[in-house]
Ligand binder design. Structure first.
Ligand code: NAD
Length: 484
């Protein structure tokens, strides 16, 4: 094995306890590269106990002092970017440029945390003669974040830097499929000067997630993953009277109008559906081709056929995932859909054991087919035909998800119509991956998000803090009124 077995990071050090373990794979080779411990209630309790010891001193620091850690940590991420991206590539399979982009995004997220003293200020107003109301934000205490496999570095940084900079102690539960990056994150935070117990990792699967939802001292839980798990986590955490924000899966629709710029639309759509092997919650999954959009489709097929798996496209995460995606394609084909570009039978020389699929484009998919409804989470684009923009919007609106939607057009009127009527929390015009970047907040609608607020940017401040409303009067000469 290339890496020593992964360990929980508790109170500033890697734990030594022996726990049951499962294998960690390199999806590009299909080989075992490490092992990950499956923690439970006991390991989680150790982390909570350490966080309880760390929290009072951390919370007592002014926010300007707390964010100094993230200025230093940001510099360390930059210094180690080659090593950190290589780790992401190894555990997740992403190609080098995608892994690097992910770490760069983690850096951007730290920059936002560094700017929190400028943004998370309180409010003050003289509400009555001599009577002042002020609102200040206070941390919650011990909080946790549960993350998925598809962004081992970026998604933990959606929640961790803000939660910690705002004065909380944060326990991370990484995905057991990609547990390696979390260890380096912990080490670099310690090197940046974060006191022990403020950031900890507890590895495992369902048992430890349930322990997080149940632990009475954990005040808030953020979750990112599939809708099914998001629902379970949201129900369990809120049932235990915790704050919870649970981001789920997605089924993103791109509407392509006949007036769309051919080259821009085609390049963009292929990048959106195939980037990170289609394993992005913002990936294009259904293209709704309005009227005569065939010129765009023809160009998309050219670009997709020219892509080289292993070079331009990484593998999907596991053999099971690959088999599931192939089943979706087979089923759609057997129901009459037409496979224009077929990525089912690819092998990458020298990496025959890798879980590769090529970009796959399927035309004449009916909205009622499973491939048009379920989250496929692979480099697969289903094309549904529509006669006009209203029909296209109706197809998009029928999805129970609501993460992202985009329209490709040169018409401002059509673009505005789609932006207003799309049933999604993040919409784009001529943009394949309409991710709102900091300081804007990330978050979808419907079955793509359970809970109130967003996970990043300004939206996260409310989630990771509680406000205290203080009403004061000092000058006796202000007279009396009904308040005092
Ligand atoms: P997943 O739901 O299988 O796992 C997510 C986390 O939950 C992991 O840490 C895992 O260990 C844990 N988990 C899995 N099953 C569990 C169970 N039964 N009970 C308790 N915990 C459980 O998701 P994944 O396959 O790792 O990630 C891919 C999914 O994440 C996709 O659906 C994707 O759309 C979604 N995602 C969403 C966003 C978003 O912003 N909405 C972002 C990234 C990924």
């Amino acid at each position: 094995m290339k890496y020593t077995p992964v360990r929980n990071y508790i109170e500033g050090a890697f734990a030594t306890a022996t726990l049951p373990e499962i294998d960690v794979f390199d999806p590009a080779a299909g080989t075992v590269i490490s092992r990950v411990p499956m923690s439970g209630v006991r390991e989680l309790s150790l982390a909570v106990d350490a966080a309880r010891r760390a929290w009072p001193a951390w919370a007592a620091l002014p926010i300007k002092e707390r964010v100094q850690v993230f200025f230093r940590y940001r510099a360390l991420l930059e210094k180690h970017i080659d090593e950190l991206s290589a780790l992401v590539t190894e555990e997740n399979g992403k190609i080098e440029s995608e892994a690097r982009a992910e770490v760069l995004k983690a850096i951007e997220l730290c920059e936002f945390a560094c700017s929190l003293p400028q943004i998370a200020t309180g409010e003050v107003l003289e509400v009555s003669r001599g009577v002042e109301c002020r609102v200040e934000r206070f941390p919650l205490g011990i909080v946790a974040g549960i993350v998925p496999f598809n962004f081992p570095s970026m998604v933990p940084h959606w929640s961790m830097p803000n939660a910690i900079a705002l004065g909380n102690c944060f326990i991370l539960k990484p995905s057991e499929l990609v547990p390696l990056s979390a260890g380096r994150i912990a080490e670099l935070l310690t090197e940046a000067g974060l006191p022990k117990g403020v950031f900890q990792t507890v590895h495992g699967g369902r048992d430890v997630v349930e322990a997080i939802c149940d632990h009475p001292e954990i005040r808030a839980v953020s979750f990112v993953g599939s809708t099914k798990t998001a629902q379970a986590v949201y129900r369990r955490a809120t049932n235990n009277l915790k704050r919870c924000l649970a981001l789920g899966g997605a089924k993103n629709h791109l509407i392509v109008m006949p007036d769309a710029d051919r080259e821009m639309a085609a390049t963009n759509i292929i990048a959106s559906m195939s980037g990170c092997a289609g394993q992005r919650c913002m990936a294009a999954s259904v293209m709704v081709a309005v009227s005569t959009s065939d010129h765009v489709i023809a160009r998309m097929c050219e670009i997709a056929r020219a892509m080289v798996p292993g070079k331009d496209l990484g593998p999907v995460i596991s053999a099971e995932s690959k088999a599931r995606i192939v089943r979706y394609i087979n089923e759609a084909e057997s129901q009459g859909a037409k496979v224009l570009v077929d990525g089912r039978n690819v092998t990458v020389p020298g990496r025959e054991g890798g879980f590769y699929l090529g970009p796959t484009i399927i035309d004449h998919v009916k909205p009622e087919m499973k491939i048009a409804q379920d989250e496929v989470f692979g480099p697969v684009l289903a094309i549904v035909r529509a006669t006009d923009v209203d029909e296209a919007i109706a197809v998009e609106n029928a999805s129970p998800y609501g993460n992202a939607a985009s329209v490709y057009t040169e018409s401002g009127g059509v673009a505005r119509k789609v932006m207003e009527r799309a049933n999604a929390g993040m919409v784009g015009v001529n943009v394949g991956v309409p991710v709102p970047r900091e300081p804007f907040s990330f978050g979808g609608w419907n079955e793509s998000r359970f809970g109130v607020g967003d996970i990043t940017g300004r939206g996260s401040i409310e989630f990771w803090t509680q406000s205290k409303k203080m009403t004061t009067k000092w000058n006796r000469e202000a007279g009396t009124n009904w308040m005092s």
